[in-house]
Design a protein around this ligand. Structure first.
Ligand SMILES: Cc1cc2nc3c(=O)[nH]c(=O)nc-3n(C[C@H](O)[C@H](O)[C@H](O)COP(=O)(O)OP(=O)(O)OC[C@H]3O[C@@H](n4cnc5c(N)ncnc54)[C@H](O)[C@@H]3O)c2cc1C
Length: 376
């Protein structure tokens, strides 16, 4: 059996990003993907344009709509609109296009891909990782990137990631027409989902509808009832939505994201924002940072994988710690949160800046603390 440098379990946003950067540095890398196509990804496709920082090629060919305004509502009323500033807009992409686009770049850079390779076993024998698929195929690699999303069993098996995993209940669907959604405007509705929110993103010729509940322990979400209340305002019938529900692993505390020759990225690393369900930016960021550290490690810097955990904590986790606190307060008292949080004159703008990657929750928290401390 040939020994490869890096096996990447999962060909989603995080896995393809890691694969691209490793392949660019001539590492022998292979993506192991359980599916044979990218269709049917459950995702709203809202993504900060800040992700462009992690690619040497333009992502613009796959952007369906550039969002310039974000509209917030409470039970379809009490609306406020925030304008996004020019430099950091928020994009809407189709997930299958995003993943497929980055995968093509990775393949063109020399990465290999094995599809219908559903990983069922992962073992280490004298510094070599042995990965086994359901159909018995095996791969041996010096290092492994775990990028198999929210249902990944490996963080717990390897004792990596946060101490306790947390899941949001989510739904994502598509309507194949625009209705009366405003052009370049994303909509967030906070009064209809218990402990969460429902959103609508225009994407060229269609509209993405999503919802998530973030605190409810039973995680039950009456999807049809919520669609029935929300959609008429946008000129749609609930029967027009084609979609499905999914458990989404969200950030729930700092945790070790690396072991010896192994790294967690994306949802498998529990990086998704626990307030707004933003998971694409950390998926791409972690794919990029994981590859960067693995390249040094493969070149002989054996102690550098710990730096991956540190970098992700600094660049993402510290903000998410505040996101989690905000989520716990806001979704427990959403009506008060909407009035005091979203309807404050500067608040919609701040949320929009978080979505566009211009500000972090940490920046917001520091501003609030400063304001409270220096309030006369
Ligand atoms: C309803 C919903 C809406 C969302 N909307 C947004 C949004 O608008 N904006 C945003 O930023 N984030 C959004 N997210 C979050 C975002 O989709 C995720 O954070 C992102 O997909 C994480 O990428 P990933 O590569 O880590 O995992 P995934 O995209 O889940 O990819 C994992 C890959 O691993 C493969 N795989 C799984 N198990 C195995 C196995 N055993 N063997 C081999 N391969 C395997 C899967 O087939 C898949 O290709 C949303 C999530 C949900 C559920």
């Amino acid at each position: 059996m040939t020994l490869i440098d890096v096996a990447i379990i999962g060909g989603g946003a995080s896995g393809t990003t890691a694969a691209f950067h490793l392949a660019c540095k001539s590492k022998n890398v292979c993506i192991l993907e359980k599916n044979s196509s990218f269709q049917g990804r459950t995702c709203g496709g809202g993504i900060s344009s800040a992700v462009q920082n992690w690619f040497p090629f333009q992502l613009s060919p796959i952007v369906e709509e550039v969002i310039t305004n974000v509209e917030f509502s409470w039970c379809n009323a009490d609306k406020v609109v925030a304008e996004l500033s020019g430099s950091s807009p928020f994009w809407i992409v189709k997930r299958e296009n995003l993943d497929g686009f980055i995968l093509d770049k990775a393949l063109n850079s020399g990465c290999n891909l094995l599809t219908t390779f559903k990983v069922v076993d992962l073992k280490k024998h004298s510094n070599i990782w042995q990965i086994t698929a359901l159909d018995g195929r095996q791969i041996e690699a010096k290092a492994v990137v775990i990028a198999d999303g929210s249902n990944s069993p490996w963080p717990q098996a390897l004792n990596l990631g946060p101490y306790q995993q947390k899941f949001a209940s989510t739904f994502s669907g598509t309507i194949k027409r625009r209705g009366n959604i405003k052009s370049e405007t994303a909509r967030f509705e906070f009064g209809m989902v218990k402990n969460g929110f429902v959103w609508a993103f225009p994407a060229n010729d269609e509209v993405k509808i999503g919802m998530g509940t973030f605190l409810d322990k039973n995680n039950l979400m009456p999807v049809n009832q919520i669609l029935k209340s929300f959609l008429p305002d946008l000129g749609f019938e609930p029967s027009e939505v084609i979609g499905n529900e999914k458990k989404l692993r969200v950030w729930n505390g700092h945790g070790k994201l690396n072991g010896e020759g192994i790294l967690l990225v994306g949802d498998a690393a529990s990086l998704c924002d626990p307030f707004l369900a933003e998971g694409l930016r950390p998926a791409l960021m972690s794919g990029f940072e994981a590859a960067k550290n693995l390249i040094y490690w493969l070149d002989g810097e054996i102690n550098c994988l710990g730096e991956y955990t540190e970098t992700m904590q600094k660049k993402w986790g510290n903000s998410m710690a505040w996101g989690k606190r905000i989520s716990q307060v806001f979704y427990r008292f959403p009506k008060v949160g909407y009035q005091l949080g979203v309807k404050r004159p500067t608040a919609p703008k701040r949320i929009a800046q978080i979505l566009s990657g211009e500000l972090s929750y940490e920046d917001i928290a520091k501003r609030v603390i400063k304001r409270l401390l220096f309030k006369k």
